[in-house]
Design a protein around this ligand. Sequence first.
Ligand SMILES: Nc1ncnc2c1ncn2[C@@H]1O[C@H](COP(=O)(O)OP(=O)(O)O)[C@@H](O)[C@H]1O
Ligand SMILES: [Mg+2]
Length: 541
Amino acid sequence: MIGGVALRVTSPVLVGRVAEAAQLWAAFERAVAGSPATVVVAGEAGVGKTRLVSELLARARAHGALALVGGCLDVGEGVVAYAPMVEALRPLGELLGPEELERVLAGARPELARLVPELGAPVASVSSRGGSVGAEATGVLEPGRLFELLLGVLHRLAERGAVLLVVEDLYWADRSTRNLLGFLVRNLRGGVALVLTYRSDELHRRHPLRGFLAELERSGRVERLELGRLGRRELGELLAGILGEPPAPALVDEILARSEGNPFFAEELLAARVGGVGGSAELPEALRDLLLARVEALPEATQRMLQVAAVAGRRVDHDLLAEVAAQPPERLVELLREAVTHHLLVVDGGSGAYAFRHALVQEAIYDDLLPVQRPPLHAASAHALAARIEGEGGAGAAELGRLAYHWYAAHDLGRALLASVQAGQAAEAAFALAEAAGHYERALELWEQAPEAAANSPLDRSSLLQRAAQAASRVGEGARAVALINQAPAVPGGRLPGRRAAGRRRAGVRPRPARLGPGRQAPADRQGLPGAPRPGCDHLL
Ligand SMILES: Nc1ncnc2c1ncn2[C@@H]1O[C@H](COP(=O)(O)OP(=O)(O)O)[C@@H](O)[C@H]1O
Ligand SMILES: [Mg+2]
């Protein structure tokens, strides 16, 4: 160990999970043999879902399969509709080469490039972030068409060899992603294995994922894999893997008692013990306290940087962190190095961004902030993001969604309103209609509270209501659409006013229709900005 910190916190070898790995592999082989195969992996946070599917991905790759993975993002990341698909498809160009990519994308290329800009033909005017809000409109693509296009791509990929698609953390999936996955489960033919993971703890009774999972189960097309905790022998192996030598039986007993066999807990307990945090007698029972004790053992400045990062999201890139943390570059590097050395942050290999080593770390730090501490940190994130967006002359839908979230959490209602309108327009253009409706609803919710911003909104209240209602109705949420229409100001004949209606005149705003560019970045969106009502249910199978 160096300076009281274990060289590693994770075991280089996968322990146990023989039956589970075999079940996943069997499903993959069934897909290879021509049958559809979908497995839903459930388990509490930290139990090893990511680790298990990572092994499957590596094994499938070693067998020459095309193994793609994407994760759903939580709120702190900004809500990106179809985020897992965007992430999974992003590396296709590199993996396939230009000619094969052209064949696989076929005619869908321009449309899919609106979702995943990396798939577009190189066009000088389109930035790598996917164009800007000011670019010319290309119209809204119906989600159903997008689903068909993606299905076609997956099938064409499967023609050249087996495909494994892993979608992680369904717990955070936006509605559009759930709808897409439901469609894929129903329609995927052989050659493609689909593995979905979700966090089964904290799935409260009304969580939208419940209905989705029930639908999947009823479809009879998915099998379930419940990942349990590790037993004593496996836990001993895990500790041995981390320590590089067999652990003392008393240590195994102690960590087993406290972690109850949850590998992430066990790793944290060991790290805390090795780092001398708390002292074993007072080691707090709850993981949250344990994690926080590890954080609190770090110098103040590192803690503050971690708080800033926790507010920014699960993953944050260096430049943004530098702006928000307001530290000189060399100092920031020192602080980051400390957080990485203590296994609180990890460097994300592909992007070079910093990520919390596990979502639980970020959640613990975020939750520990006092309510008065959060808004200014969100505001700092929002300012940094807004400056970046302005510098780049526009933003993809992902960033706009994230911006709206930060302004709202910063309690800056005016900016939250305007950003929500923009995020809604971006989501609409990027086929994420349910999320677009959510953004518009958020803007409407703020309408009365932020009259100045409302007067400057590119869409007036009537248009927002109309577009939100249209979006909701197009994704099959009739009740939600009706509720929105009922909020429209009464006009003679009781019909929803048109675009040039009273609201805009009242607000004194000239009509300025949403114009969203081709090759836009990933659809942004979030389902459930804090407190946003999400009536209706998924439209799925
Ligand atoms: N079977 C295992 N063998 C070795 N390490 C494991 C195993 N399962 C989980 N871990 C480790 O425990 C931690 C949490 O696992 P992770 O897969 O991230 O959990 P989840 O995705 O279920 O939240 C990770 O550091 C992971 O490497
Ligand atoms: Mg995970």
